[in-house]
Design a protein around this ligand. Sequence first.
Ligand code: K2U
Ligand code: ZN
Length: 171
Amino acid sequence: MSIRPILTAPDPRLREISKPVSEVTDELRALMDDMLETMYDAPGIGLAAIQVGVPLRIIVMDLADKDEPPQPRYFVNPVIRDPSDDLQPYEEGCLSVPDFYDEVERPARCVVDYVDYNGNAQTLEAEGLLAVCIQHEMDHLEGVLFIDHLSRLKRERIMKKLKKERLAAAY
Ligand code: K2U
Ligand code: ZN
């Protein structure tokens, strides 16, 4: 297992639409293992494959509290259905938009159909932080960042600061 670099905005690769996985192979399981190690190291509670530069429809997640045993989750080719009409606000952040947080409203509940680490079809009913995180990660698979849900003014301010930081880091 290895820790991989996480892409940060405005890297254009984060805007790619990720492609479906045809088969869960040992190579893809090794990628999921690396993604999970990278997420724990960040630290974060979710990570999409595009965030480590791999445009495949793969998400890893672990919502366990610090004082609980790890509870890794793997989602291959996830599809969200039946989003609830009622919305819930959550102060989101993103490992690809470091040090910025803002409130995003998303459906409070949804159902996720996906393939698991062993290649088996699964269905999960999500609510609370699990629903927030899966929808945040699903956005990544479509090249969408949480700042795209903010006002244009807020988004442009954040992108201007990120570009300035990237320039400063380059010299
Ligand atoms: O996609 C990512 O960058 C992973 C996010 C997942 C996430 C974003 C918003 C809300 C819930 C999950 C990172 O884990 S951001 C760090 C973080 C950690 C705990 C709670 C919220 C955000
Ligand atoms: Zn993110």
